[in-house]
Design a binder for this molecule. Structure first.
Ligand code: SF4
Ligand code: SF4
Length: 413
């Protein structure tokens, strides 16, 4: 019997226009990469005849999905590429790839020694050793681990009062909020509570995106199955699954079924971004946001590739645009070049910087107060490459909102 994912895709719809190749950020900088048309629909035809035609250089695809957004025929090009890697690649993930993909394990291991780990991994000699031994580029800066995680804060400071809300959301916080940016989760709880929604945590595991990129298919599938099961429990109670990271949301909605063959049909439509969730509440008149009179900021918004693929940047633009003191510039559509763990690798580092250069130059030219972006790995890349701070939209909202006045306006408490 044919494997489900061998030909589930619509590669035969390709009209050979090559628009995908024009939009692929990797093909423009890396001559070893065959490009989306050849690696996707053209290659699939050949691979179905004989797996001999599989090309290991498909590993250079960043899975940014820009080709799929551009394709006029709706061919799932990157899904074809990653399904082919999953089926045919004979390369085993290196030790480095396993480390980079294990975001939750690494976070748990680093947390008790966070200040020491942070200072050690930012020193030149240690970066040099990692470059030499692990092929993690010595120019790359690492995100800082926090000593105290979001879940711990939630249980100690917020869990109790969530029971007083009649309406609730289930929050998928992701690894970055747990280990590097607990302030994103705290802001989420503050904003949701102010508009009258209690927050419930999910028995979540890492969404698995880094495992998919690094070829750890079985681990990614296990994580996906665990998460779908956990989501089913909250969705059955009528709760939406709301998140702050565009890459987690995109992976859990689309990569689970398309790349990992994990059926998420019972929960997919309930998984959403907080910006979409909030905008729809405001638009339907069910909640109100009240902003501080004196909040002022010049903000440049970078739409992450996966937010573009979701088609939901309009919600972030609309929400941030509601803040009276904000001057918002939407940056040109460019990939930042980081693509999760891709930009850490020595063989990709220069490509990653070259891909991101137009974006970095535009940010420096505009000189905003800070950059807004829903993806944590875009944040790492932009902060390292421009020196500008990058804030998740929920942090901007929590800072700009008059939380007390919003609470009153929504009749909470
Ligand atoms: S997903 Fe991105 S890197 Fe991969 S082929 Fe498509 S555009 Fe190129
Ligand atoms: S953009 Fe779509 S239709 Fe055009 S060549 Fe690429 S896959 Fe084929």
């Amino acid at each position: 019997m044919q494997e489900k994912n061998v030909s589930f895709n619509n590669f035969e719809q390709c009209i050979k226009c090559t628009i995908c190749t024009a939009y692929c950020p990797v093909v423009a900088v890396n001559p070893s990469y065959p490009g989306p048309k050849q690696a996707g629909p053209d290659g699939e035809r050949l691979r179905l005849k004989d797996k001999y035609f599989f090309d290991e250089n498909l590993k250079y695809c960043m899975n940014c999905k820009r080709c799929e957004v551009a394709c006029p025929s709706g061919v799932k090009i990157a899904d074809l590429i990653h399904s082919a890697r999953r089926r045919y690649s004979r390369e085993m993930p290196e030790f480095r790839d396993r480390i980079l993909a294990s975001t939750d394990l690494m976070g748990k291991a680093a947390r008790p020694f966070a200040p020491i780990v942070n200072s050690i991994i930012s020193t030149k000699p240690v970066k040099g050793v990692m470059d030499l031994m692990l092929d993690i580029d010595k120019e790359r800066s690492f995100p800082k681990y926090m000593g105290k995680g979001f879940e711990n804060w939630f249980r100690k400071n917020a869990a109790k009062e969530q029971d007083s809300f009649s309406r609730k959301v289930a929050f998928f916080h992701g690894c970055s909020t747990e280990f590097q940016q607990p302030e994103v989760g705290k802001a989420f709880v503050k904003v949701m509570n102010a508009v009258g929604y209690g927050v419930e945590l999910i028995d979540e595991k890492c969404c698995g995106v880094a495992m998919i990129s690094n070829g750890l298919w079985n681990s990614a599938k296990r994580h996906a199955e665990h998460n779908v099961k956990a989501f089913n429990k909250v969705v059955e109670k009528g709760l939406p699954v709301v998140a702050t990271s565009s890459t987690c949301v995109f992976t859990m909605r689309d990569e689970y079924p398309d790349v990992l063959d994990v059926d998420n049909s019972s929960v997919r439509d309930s998984i959403t971004m907080v910006e979409k969730f909030l905008f729809e509440l405001i638009d339907s008149g069910r909640v109100k946001l009240v902003f501080k009179d004196d909040y002022r900021a010049r903000i440049a918004y970078h739409v992450p590739c996966h937010m573009d693929k979701l088609g939901w940047s309009i919600f972030t633009r609309s929400l941030i645009g509601m803040i009276p003191g904000v001057a918002l510039t939407v940056l040109d559509s460019n990939c930042c070049g980081m693509a999760g763990t891709y930009g850490f690798k020595k063989e990709n580092y220069n490509y990653s910087q070259e891909i991101g250069r137009p974006l970095f130059e535009q940010i420096k030219y505009l000189a905003p107060d800070f950059v807004c972006c829903e993806c944590e790995t875009c944040k790492w890349q932009i902060e390292m490459s421009t020196g500008y701070d990058v804030l998740n939209p929920i942090l901007i909202l929590a800072d700009a909102m008059d939380l007390e006045a919003t609470t009153k306006a929504n009749g909470v408490g």
